[in-house]
Write a protein that binds this ligand. Structure first.
Ligand code: DC
Length: 225
């Protein structure tokens, strides 16, 4: 059982992925954290995240254990991530780890859910369930601003808006694994949905998709919440 959950920055993927993981007893991998860690590692080494040799070296020697979640969730980490993510050698270096996680989920989980940009198109093109989450630009900016302010980052909204515009363009226009929905993805627009509503719609889709595919729904999903 693999769920591929893709979409642009701040569309609500992370919250949704964690809740689906809990509901269906799946191991969760935030694939963006690998790109963020590669970007931060490059900066820490005094390198340039946009420079191929610097970024590829960081990806090939990546040690996730040296980063705390707060190291990776800054705006600076997000910008560096989108720069390293456009480099084919970086994507190649991170591919096996992601596929292996999906195939052999840790902790005895019933399967895996991976969120990112290219999970349904490149990492797990055969995933039985694919969801592509979208939200309009202003909503995504507002969510990212709130997220960063809640973490105590001193940010300027206009700067976040400009960064997000640049990141959207880089994620969508790059030649390797650009952000796009898989042809068989369920598209979920969360612009006007609460987190609970988005979760309810995604969960209903997973259950109906699994029924269609004649696969059993993992037991935890059947329990009342
Ligand atoms: O989802 P996020 O904001 O943590 O992602 C950070 C950056 O990493 C984003 O700009 C694009 C890149 N990324 C990617 O190219 N492919 C993925 N599977 C996940 C993230």
């Amino acid at each position: 059982m693999i769920i591929a959950l893709d979409g642009p920055a701040a569309a609500g993927k992370g919250t949704l992925a964690r809740r689906l993981a809990e509901a269906f007893n799946l191991a969760y991998l935030d694939t963006g954290s690998l790109y963020r860690a590669t970007g931060v590692a490059t900066l820490r080494a005094g390198g340039d995240p946009a420079k191929e040799s610097d970024a590829v070296k960081s990806a090939q020697t990546l040690d996730m254990s040296v980063f705390s979640p707060s190291d990776l969730r800054t705006e600076q980490a997000g910008v560096a991530a989108s720069q390293v993510a456009a480099i084919p050698g970086v994507r190649a270096a991170l591919l096996d780890f992601q596929r292996n996680f999906a195939k052999n989920p840790p902790g005895g989980a019933a399967g895996a859910i991976l969120d990112g940009r290219d999970v349904g198109t490149v990492i797990c093109p055969d995933a039985p369930v694919k969801i592509f989450v979208i939200a309009n630009f202003d909503t995504r900016v507002a969510r990212r601003v709130n997220e960063l302010r809640e973490k105590g980052e001193n940010i300027i909204e206009a700067r976040i808006r400009a960064d997000m515009e640049a990141r959207d363009a880089r994620d969508s226009d790059r030649s390797v694994a650009p952000l796009k929905p898989a042809a068989d993805a369920f598209k979920l627009d969360t612009s006007n949905l609460t987190a609970d509503e988005a979760f309810a719609q995604a969960k209903a889709h997973v259950i109906s998709k699994l029924k269609t595919l004649n696969e059993s729904v993992p037991p935890r999903a059947a329990k009342p919440e």
